[in-house]
Write a protein of this length. Structure first.
Length: 355
C-alpha cells in the first residue's frame, strides 16, 4: 500500500518580498505544487494522502481557492485525503455551504473522525491542541499486528515522543517544521518519525529542495522515499569582494558563484568582505544583470569600507576635513568611526546609503 505524507502546504501564502505580480504567480505555484503531488499520487496508485496540518496559510481562505481544492480532490476519488488542522489553518473553512457537498474522499480530522483503516494499515490523527498527552496515549490502542501510523502537528518539543514509545507506532507523520526529515528519526525499537516540510519554498528562510514522502508499506516493512516537488528553489550566495576593485571583477566573481543555479530560481547575492575607497561596485548594473538571468534576484551589500585605503588625510577639501574630524574624535569607537566614514563618504559621493 502506498501513502503520501505531506503537510505545511500553506496555500494562499502571501509570498512577501517578490513584488505583487510575482507573489501572485508564486501563490499559484504553491497550489500547483499540491496538485502535482496529487497527480503523482494518482500515477503511483497511492491510496491515501496525509496532510499533517497547515494546509492553508491562514484561518480564512478565499472561496475560489477552496473550490479549486475541492474540485481537484473530487477528481481523484481513489485517494483518501486525511486533513489534520495545523496552527495556521482551520479545517472549518470547508463548512462553507457555497462549496456544496464535499467529495467523500476528503476526510477532515476531528474528535469523532480520527481513525482510518485500510486492511492491515491503521491510521490515527489527533489535534494536539484539543487533548492532553495522557488523552492522546489513551486514544491510541494500536494493535501490534497492524501497520500503525499516527499523524500529529506541532514542534518536536510539543510532541510527547516519550509517551509514544512502545505504543506500536510504525510511522509518526509530523507537520509544522518546514524542513523535511529526509532520514526518518527513530521513535522506538519499531517506529520512526519525521516532518514532511513544505511542498514549495516561500522565502529565503526556506532554502534548498522541498517535497513530500512516499511511504510504501508491505506488511511491517516501510520504504520511505523523499520526492522533490518544488518548482523553484531559493538560494543565498555570499560573494567576497575583498580585493576586487571594480564592477567587472565583482560581476565576474558573482557569475562564477551563480553559474550552476537554474534560471528559474530565486537568488539573493550578498556582497561580503571589505572594499577599497576607490572601488566602484555599480550595484544597479549587478542587480540588473541578475534580474535578467533569474526569475527573481536581489543584491544585499554587506561589504565594509576598508578605511585604511583612504589617502586624502592631507587634502584640503570637504572630504579631507570630514575624514579628520571623524578619525580624531576621541568619543567614537573604531567601529563607529568606520561606519560613520563609510556612510559619510558615500553621501559626499552622492551614493545611495542603505543603513
Ligand atoms: Mn507550517
Amino acid at each position: 500500500m502506498k501513502i503520501i505524507h505531506t503537510g505545511d502546504i500553506h496555500l494562499e501564502s502571501k509570498m512577501h518580498g517578490l513584488g505583487t505580480e510575482k507573489a501572485k504567480e508564486r501563490q499559484a505555484e504553491v497550489r500547483d505544487a499540491f496538485f502535482r503531488l496529487i497527480d503523482y499520487a494518482e500515477a503511483k496508485s497511492a491510496r491515501v494522502i496525509l496532510i499533517a496540518g497547515d494546509f492553508f496559510d491562514s484561518k480564512k481562505v478565499k472561496l475560489k481557492t477552496l473550490k479549486e481544492v475541492v474540485s481537484k480532490i473530487g477528481l481523484h476519488p481513489s485517494i483518501d485525503f486525511l486533513y489534520l488542522n495545523g496552527n495556521h489553518d482551520d479545517s472549518s473553512v470547508f463548512s462553507n455551504e457555497k462549496l456544496g457537498e464535499l467529495p467523500s474522499n476528503l476526510h477532515i480530522i476531528n474528535s469523532d473522525n480520527n481513525s482510518f483503516r485500510y486492511d492491515k494499515v491503521h491510521i490515527k490523527a489527533f489535534d494536539l491542541t484539543k487533548l492532553t498527552s495522557e488523552e492522546l496515549v489513551s486514544n491510541l490502542n494500536f494493535n501490534p499486528d497492524d501497520f500503525n501510523i499516527l499523524m500529529l502537528h506541532g514542534m518536536e518539543c510539543e510532541i510527547p515522543l516519550a509517551s509514544l514509545v512502545g505504543k506500536h507506532i510504525d510511522y509518526l507523520a509530523l507537520g509544522d517544521i518546514h524542513i523535511p526529515d529526509i532520514k526518518a528519526k527513530k521513535l522506538d525499537a519499531k517506529g520512526v518519525y519525521g516532518y514532511s516540510g513544505v511542498l514549495e519554498p516561500r522565502g529565503f528562510d526556506e532554502l534548498g529542495e522541498r517535497g513530500f514522502f512516499l511511504l510504501e508499506i508491505n506488511k511491517h516493512e516501510l520504504k520511505r522515499t523523499f520526492v522533490p516537488n518544488n518548482n523553484r528553489t531559493y538560494h543565498i550566495v555570499n560573494v567576497d569582494i575583498s580585493g576586487l576593485d571594480n564592477y567587472t571583477l565583482i560581476q565576474d566573481a558573482i557569475n562564477k558563484k551563480v553559474a550552476s543555479i537554474s534560471t528559474d530560481d530565486i537568488v539573493r547575492v550578498v556582497l561580503i568582505g571589505s572594499y577599497n575607497y576607490d572601488t566602484i561596485k555599480d550595484l544597479d548594473s549587478i542587480l540588473a544583470n541578475l534580474e535578467r538571468k533569474f526569475y527573481y534576484a536581489e543584491v544585499l551589500d554587506k561589504s565594509t569600507l576598508d578605511y585604511k585605503t583612504i589617502d586624502f588625510e592631507k587634502e584640503i577639501s570637504l572630504r579631507g576635513e570630514f575624514y579628520n574630524l571623524v578619525k580624531n574624535n576621541p568619543k567614537l569607537s573604531e567601529e563607529e568611526k568606520e561606519k560613520i566614514l563609510e556612510y559619510g563618504l558615500k553621501a559626499l559621493r552622492e551614493e545611495v546609503i542603505e543603513i
